[in-house]
Every structure is written in structure tokens, then in C-alpha cells.
Design a protein around this ligand. Structure first.
Ligand SMILES: Cc1cc2nc3c(=O)[nH]c(=O)nc-3n(C[C@H](O)[C@H](O)[C@H](O)COP(=O)(O)OP(=O)(O)OC[C@H]3O[C@@H](n4cnc5c(N)ncnc54)[C@H](O)[C@@H]3O)c2cc1C
Length: 507
């Protein structure tokens, strides 16, 4: 096993090796969860792999997810039991072995309010029972994800204090899982691939590809060059059609709001509510460990050109505020919104589906006429299975990724034993110990960089020395996720720049 640290020095050396003719079995284009998953799977089966990403790891859709690693209540409601079962199995692998440091169980309340008919309440209860049965079939014990149970109105109010008590009849609570930070999951998968010998090269774009080669451009120097490989994988998500124009994708936009959890009375559980007048359409409020709550999610076809970083419209913000306010005592206001984010789902075109909400979240490997292996559709939760399905096509060596822990993975007992601030253990797992070592000679690195923000100086340094950040944007937006709340980002940017200049680390 080689080192998992990614940094500018390693990038330069590995790029030079490739340009001097190092042999490649697999060239993966795209550094989202899909590409990172393929790089890890292929490297773990002994293939020589390079992954190139035009900007930064998790620059695309993978950092704009709802952060759910889910067993699929929504898929059950739509009758897609196969996808729900696959998701439940993948969730089990992530919780159990692959990323127990980043993926955690949480409770979701489905409230039964004045407008919930007995029929709808019964349907919701049945849905959670089916999700629970899939959990059982997937082999995840109830000690990890407890069985669903009904709650009284008083108990529902204790979980979400801002619910409207008038007509509240209680609800049902079920268990699912969420990831601490989707960009950190991508990073952990990519670094684990690097530890098995994969070359992970950011800021390198593919300008064109064929089944056995790609024309690339180094974003640092502007140089163009070609690379050859036995197989080329297009894992560029919603941008896949720019490299493989024959693919049929239907991008759909999903928007979230960021609120202070205090606006919802500091809920102790997440909450899902049905959208009035719509079938199988839900919105949810998902509390985060940092005192914010995400409210999502829209699902509308994207019209017009693909934006590099999509943004929320006022109409989407108004829709989400209205839908989530349905069961609340006092409706949420525009001023409660402290940030927004939006992403584009790379959905596969399917005949018969009118609305993007009805398109299945299944994935597919589509071999292009030129031999390119396109890996499209799917979701964050099932990235490992997506990668397995693709790599199975090119090698007979069995897949072992259900048993490969990501960098930082550790059991709850191991994590509890680490002598480091809780924030570091939560976000870096067992690697929190490495951050403590990095800060050994300068205790100031363990202090928050700003009195209103929890970010520690050492997180910035680690981002550069171990996590492949090449710029301040990489650090603030993908390693620390400060861009989710523009005010927080603005507060920290000058201090982050100063600290990095002091350590002569930023360009
Ligand atoms: C709003 C929203 C919420 C979601 N919530 C969930 C959820 O809660 N749980 C879940 O399981 N799934 C969720 N999903 C689905 C999941 O996020 C996506 O399926 C997944 O992130 C797609 O990953 P990807 O790697 O295929 O694409 P991306 O993450 O977009 O990665 C593609 C990468 O390719 C790079 N690239 C593009 N062109 C080139 C080029 N020419 N050369 C080099 N690199 C290139 C891009 O920069 C990008 O980094 C959600 C999706 C959306 C949109």
C-alpha cells in the first residue's frame, strides 16, 4: 500500500510519469463519487489506474447531494423495490465497514398533521415497514438502524418543537443514514484509491476521448497531451454527453436551502412531509451536526445550457419554504434562509417517464460506439456497486470493495479513543490523530480561525498537505464546505489566505 496523501508534489510527479509513457489499464475521466469509486475498485483489483478531474475532487454534483445514504423510502413509494434493496445493501456496507466514521444513522419523523388522512398515514407507516424489511434482508441489524415506531403528538413535538400542535396526531419515526459531508466521502474514496496506487490528478481536463485514449489539458500549465489506456471510462456525470454525444441523459435540477436549526426549534430528528396535491413527492428538513438544517428538495428538468455551478432561483426557494412550512405552527420566512445550493442529477433517459421525479435512479454502463465505457445515472449511496458493475466488465479478479475501509475509517470505540477535538474526529475519523501531529509544533493551529466559526487552522494545512487542495477555493468550498453559507466563507477567506501565505502553501 502506498501513501494516501494527495498534494501538488505528488500530482506533478505522477503526471510526469504518465506523460513519459507509464502503462495504464484504466483511465477514468471525472473526479466525482462515480469516478473515484471506479478508481478505487480497479486499483484494489490490481489494475493500473489514473483518474483525471478537470477542476477539483467533488467539484460537480457529488457535493450538492442531500447527504443521505438511504434505504429508499421514496423508491419504495414509487414501487422501485430493486433499487431500494440495492441502496439498503450499500448503506449497510458503508455503515459497517467502508465509512463508519463518515456515515451515521439518524431518525426521520413523518408527522401526521391535521391534513394527513388516515389512508395517507397508513401508507406512510406501510412504507416504513417495507424499508425496515429491506434493512433486515440487507443484513443491517436493528441495533444499527432501529425499527420504525409510531409516536404520540407530544413525542412528535419533542422531536420537532415547531410543529403545529393543532390537529397533530403523532407520526411514525424510522431510521436511515446520512453522510457527514458528501465531498469528504468523495475525497476519502479517492485517497483510498491513491493508497492502492491509483494516480489521482485534479486540474486536468479531457478535451476528447476514445475507447483507448484521451486528449487532455493540464489546467496548471495549459499544456495539451494525449494518454493511452486499455480502457477509458467516462464518469463525468451530467457532463458525460459533452465527451460521449450519443448518450441520452435528462439532467434534473435539485435545490436545497440552508437554515439555522434554531429556526425549526433545534429539531432532534429529521422530518419528511408530502407536497400538497402531488403524488410520491416529499420535502424534508435534515438537521446537520454543525447547527444548520438543510431543507430539500426540488426535482425539475433542466432547460438550457449546463451551468458549471447551478444556483437556486427565488421560485425554488419559495416552493421549498412553503412545502416544509405545511405542518409547522409558524411558516418559515425568506430571512430564515442563510444559504442555498443546487445540483444536477445525471438521470438516464427512459421512455414513458414524463416528469424527472418519475425517472428511475438506476445506473448503467453504456459502451459507446468507440468503446468508451460510460458510467451514468445512479446515486451517491450506490457508488460502490456502480463501480463494481463496471470493473467486472474488464477483469475477472473478484471485487473486494465491501471489505475495504476508507482512509479515516474506524469503529465507534476506536473513534472515541482518539485524543482530538470532536469536530476533527467527526470529519476526519482516525486521521484526526494525524491532524493533531501536524499541529504539534504550533498549538495555535488547534484554535478556531474565527470566533464565530468552528474551523481550526490545522484543517487548512491538512487540506493542502494530504487532501489534494491546490487553491483557496478547493479548501474553502470542498474541504471545509464554507461556501454553503456565503457569510461564513467571507468571514474566513482573508484569515485562511493569511495562514496559508504564512506557511507558504497557497499559490
Ligand atoms: C440535488 C441532488 C441531491 C441528491 N441527493 C442524493 C442523496 O441524498 N443521496 C444519494 O445517494 N444521491 C443523491 N443524489 C445523487 C448523487 O449526488 C449523484 O448521482 C452523484 O453525485 C453523481 O456523481 P458523479 O460522480 O456521477 O457526477 P459528478 O459528481 O458531477 O462528477 C463528475 C465530475 O466530472 C468532472 N468533469 C466533467 N467534465 C470533465 C472533463 N471533460 N474532464 C475531466 N473532468 C470532467 C466534473 O468536474 C465533476 O467533478 C443527489 C443528486 C442531486 C442533484
Amino acid at each position: 500500500m502506498t501513501n494516501s496523501a494527495l498534494n501538488a508534489g505528488r500530482r506533478g510527479a505522477e503526471l510526469a510519469e504518465l506523460r513519459q509513457g507509464a502503462q495504464l489499464d484504466l483511465l477514468v475521466i471525472g473526479g466525482g463519487i462515480t469516478g473515484a469509486g471506479v478508481a478505487l475498485d480497479a486499483a484494489s483489483r490490481g489494475l493500473s489506474v489514473a483518474l483525471i478531474e478537470r477542476r477539483d475532487l467533488a467539484h460537480g454534483t457529488s457535493r450538492w447531494s442531500s447527504k443521505l445514504v438511504h434505504g429508499g423510502l421514496r423508491y419504495v413509494a414509487q414501487g422501485h423495490l430493486g433499487i431500494a434493496y440495492e441502496s439498503a445493501c450499500e448503506r449497510g456496507h458503508l455503515l459497517d465497514c467502508i465509512a463508519p466514521h463518515l456515515v451515521h444513522p439518524f431518525s426521520m419523523l413523518l408527522p401526521f398533521g391535521a391534513s394527513t388522512s388516515n389512508f395517507d398515514a397508513g401508507r406512510m407507516w406501510l412504507g416504513t415497514e417495507i424499508v425496515n424489511a429491506l434493512r433486515f434482508c440487507a443484513g443491517t441489524p436493528p441495533s444499527t438502524l432501529p425499527r420504525p415506531h409510531t409516536v404520540s403528538a407530544t413525542q412528535a413535538l419533542a422531536l420537532v418543537p415547531t410543529l403545529n400542535p393543532d390537529g397533530l396526531r403523532g407520526g411514525v419515526v424510522y431510521s436511515d443514514a446520512r453522510v457527514e459531508d458528501d465531498a469528504r466521502l468523495v475525497l476519502a474514496v479517492a485517497r483510498t484509491a491513491a493508497s492502492l496506487g491509483a494516480r489521482i490528478l485534479t486540474n486536468v481536463a479531457a478535451e476528447s476521448i476514445s475507447g483507448e485514449s484521451a486528449q487532455l489539458r493540464d489546467g496548471q500549465t495549459g499544456e495539451r497531451f494525449a494518454l493511452h489506456a486499455r480502457h477509458v471510462v467516462n464518469a463525468t456525470g451530467v457532463w458525460a454527453t459533452t465527451l460521449s454525444p450519443d448518450l441520452m441523459l435528462r439532467p434534473s435540477k435539485g435545490t436545497h436551502l440552508v437554515l439555522r436549526s434554531s429556526s425549526l426549534g433545534d429539531p432532534q430528528a429529521a422530518m419528511t412531509v408530502g407536497v400538497r396535491g402531488e403524488k410520491h413527492r416529499f420535502v424534508f428538513a435534515l438537521p446537520q451536526p454543525d447547527g444548520t438544517t438543510y431543507v430539500g428538495l426540488t426535482d425539475d428538468p433542466l432547460t438550457g445550457p449546463l451551468p458549471e455551478v447551478p444556483s437556486a432561483t427565488e421560485e425554488e426557494i419559495a416552493f421549498l419554504l412553503d412545502a416544509i412550512s405545511g405542518p409547522l405552527r409558524t411558516p418559515l420566512r425568506r430571512e430564515d434562509v442563510i444559504g442555498t445550493f443546487a445540483g444536477l442529477r445525471p438521470l438516464l433517459e427512459q421512455s414513458g417517464a414524463q416528469r424527472t421525479q418519475d425517472l428511475s435512479r438506476r445506473h448503467a454502463v453504456v459502451r459507446g460506439p468507440d468503446g468508451v465505457l460510460n458510467l451514468v445515472g445512479g446515486k451517491l449511496t450506490t457508488y460502490r456497486k456502480m463501480a463494481q458493475d463496471l470493473v467486472d466488465l474488464i477483469t475477472a479478479t473478484p471485487c473486494e470493495t465491501t471489505r475495504i475501509p476508507l482512509v479515516g475509517a474506524g469503529s465507534p470505540a476506536e473513534l472515541r479513543a482518539i485524543d482530538a477535538p470532536p469536530r476533527l474526529v467527526r470529519r476526519y475519523g482516525t486521521e484526526a490523530a494525524k491532524l493533531m501531529e501536524l499541529a504539534r509544533t504550533d498549538a495555535a493551529l488547534l484554535r478556531p480561525l474565527h470566533p464565530e466559526l468552528p474551523v481550526l487552522g490545522v484543517e487548512l494545512l491538512f487540506g493542502i498537505t494530504h487532501e489534494g487542495a491546490l487553491s483557496l477555493d478547493d479548501l474553502l468550498d470542498r474541504r471545509l464546505r464554507l461556501g454553503l453559507i456565503p457569510r461564513d466563507r467571507a468571514l474566513l477567506e482573508p484569515l485562511a489566505r493569511q495562514l496559508l501565505e504564512l506557511h507558504a502553501l497557497v499559490h
